[in-house]
Design a protein around this ligand. Structure first.
Ligand code: TEU
Ligand code: CA
Length: 558
């Protein structure tokens, strides 16, 4: 396998609206990010992935873009963006921008022209269809509730929107659309962007007939737009036309992708992208009714999925490693314990992310162990997915508001979007004004200033993991093998590289558990590389008791 910077890198995701407000309007912005670059350098991350900062009417917080070549006025100007890029590059960090090209905003000039008449040269940029028997062209639902079709009076036709009705899907069958996208990508690359995170990029190829699914009035049409027939052709064309001509890092966000497809897409020889974000492990804990239909998750399930991806992409392809982002609940609340064992469990999960094979992605605030939030009233929420779901569940399906709120507390996207907690001053030091979304009340305890003053903090544990990764190529390139595959509480695996072997042992339980040492490790002495307790209780590999959420990273003697 080739050695490349993006395999060795650690990525940090910034959700600009919630990172740092510089002018007191309650909204995070680019100058705010610039003011925190030394914080990021202190942590030691190599790449910043910036969620969308383009012009947008903000129906989906910037994932609805009205001008790809301009910056949202709430976030600043192109000049501010240039200062950010320069500030990152000066500190040896790279910038990955979000590329949202499955859809645009309905306020994008292309869509505005497209909706004017059936003969518009822009008509083919989107999916326009006639209704069927007085209903939508097919029965697909949108990700954000309701039909995936919106009727437009002007030309008496429907347009497709897999997300909100202000996010019409671009028609990638049109060579004009593809050309526009490639040109726009080159424009950013020429301005110094180092790569792209590609939003729902496996949704761009649809089954041409856009067929209904089953007999229900509305149904999930995913089989007809996730990993569609021409996905690979489009991605390879994008590679030929754009990516091959620059030194870039790419990661495709791909709900519904499986490991076989991911191998094809990320294959170093013939693939199209460096990595994908798969969803199998973050989709656990969902019932038949979708993500808000809460089901308990088990380590067995989580480990099974991560293991499958480790093995599936071992020799060809490359994994991305993440447990949360701006769409997911906070990882410590979801997979750890955000009460008594918050610090220990956040460190244990961090150990997992930095010692599996792949590129780790840290979501802002994760390095502080930021937690989910439980707002009491629905009007305290801002996220379109949450608000649409709440309305549909309470008004259409008659669910009790308290029950719906409970699932929002566990799974809602605003859990990740509450402002970054910088210090213990009002609003966590995020803004001097009134924040666009409430700050988590625990900011008085959980904040960056406190973390930087505490050598035992989660922050410094991340810093140590990142530093270790730079020092030990085994963490990047070492082969992975699983041990204790049926253990109820422990995820144990090894990494091997150039005659070295590391053992990683992680306790996912909030209580002590017994570790039955695998034969292959039995009796071997070791050097402790890191861990979330100060000491190890053993000096040779043997059966012993792991403490709550204990994480051990050991280099075994042979
Ligand atoms: O997310 C894609 C996606 O499928 C999400 O809708 C995700 O499954 C959902 O949030 C889970 O609840 C991307 C972006 O990351 C997300 O923020 C955008 O809203 C979405 O695309 C549309 O651009
Ligand atoms: Ca601001």
């Amino acid at each position: 396998m080739k050695q490349t910077f993006w395999k060795e890198a650690v990525v940090y995701q910034i959700y600009p609206r919630s990172f740092k407000d510089s002018n007191g309007d309650g909204i995070g912005d680019i100058p705010g990010i610039v003011s925190k670059l030394d914080y990021l350098r202190e942590l030691g991350v190599d790449v910043i992935w910036l969620s969308p900062v383009y012009s947008s009417p903000n129906d989906d917080n910037g994932y609805d873009i009205s001008d790809y070549r301009n910056i949202h006025e709430e976030f600043g100007t192109l000049t501010d963006w240039e200062a950010l890029t320069e500030g990152l590059h000066k500190r040896g960090m790279k910038l990955v921008m979000d590329l949202v090209v499955n859809h645009t905003s309905d306020e994008h000039a292309w869509f505005e022209a497209s909706r004017q008449s059936k003969d518009s040269p822009f008509r083919e940029y989107y999916y326009w269809r006639e209704g069927k028997d007085g209903q939508e062209p097919n029965n697909w639902t949108s990700v954000f509730s309701g039909s995936a079709w919106e009727y437009d009076e002007k030309t008496e036709a429907y347009f497709l929107h897999l997300f909100s009705k202000k996010q019409p899907d671009l028609n990638w069958e049109s060579p004009k659309v593809r050309r526009e996208v490639y040109e726009m990508m080159r424009w950013w690359l020429d301005k110094g962007v180092d790569g792209f995170r590609m939003d729902v990029i496996n949704f761009i190829s649809k089954t041409p007939e856009l067929p209904s699914v089953g007999e229900d009035r509305y149904a999930w049409g995913g089989d007809h737009f996730m990993n569609g027939p021409k996905l690979m052709d489009y991605l390879l064309e994008m590679k030929r036309e754009v990516l091959d001509h620059y030194e870039v890092m790419t990661v495709g966000e791909m709900p519904g992708v499986n490991a076989d497809q991911a191998v094809e897409i990320t294959d170093e020889e013939n693939g199209a992208l460096n990595m994908v974000f798969q969803f199998e492990h973050v989709d656990i804990g969902s019932g038949a009714g979708g993500k808000f239909d809460l089901k308990p998750w088990t380590l067995h399930k989580l480990r099974g999925i991560l293991h499958k991806w480790q093995i599936g992409l071992a020799d060809k392809g490359w994994n991305s490693l993440y447990l949360n982002n701006h769409d997911q609940p906070r990882m410590v609340s979801r997979f750890g314990d955000d009460g008594e064992y918050r610090v220990l469990s956040a460190k244990m999960l961090a150990t997992l992310l930095h010692t599996l094979k792949g590129t780790p992605y840290i979501y802002q605030g994760e390095e502080l162990g930021m937690t989910n939030v439980s707002f009491e009233r629905i009007d305290q929420y801002q996220d379109i997915e949450t608000l649409n779901m709440y309305r549909e569940a309470t008004e259409l399906h008659g669910k009790a508001p308290a029950d719906v709120l409970r699932s929002i507390h566990v799974k809602g996207r605003d859990n990740a979007r509450t402002p970054m907690q910088w210090d213990a001053s009002a609003n966590g030091g995020f803004t001097t004004g009134s924040p666009w979304l409430g700050v988590n009340p625990n900011y008085t305890d959980i904040n960056a200033e406190a973390a930087l003053q505490d050598t035992n903090s989660i922050f410094y544990y991340y810093k140590e993991l990142i530093r270790l990764r730079k020092q030990h190529p085994i963490m990047v390139y070492g082969a992975y093998s699983l041990y204790l595959e049926n253990d109820e509480y422990i995820y144990a695996y090894s990494r091997e590289w150039e005659g070295k072997e590391w053992a990683i042992v992680l306790n996912f339980a909030r209580h002590e558990v017994s570790f039955s040492c695998p034969d292959h490790w039995q009796g071997r002495s070791f050097a402790r590389m890191t861990g979330n307790y100060d000491d190890t209780q053993i000096d040779r590999m043997q059966d012993f008791r792991l403490r709550p959420f204990e994480a051990l990273v050991l280099e075994l003697d042979s």
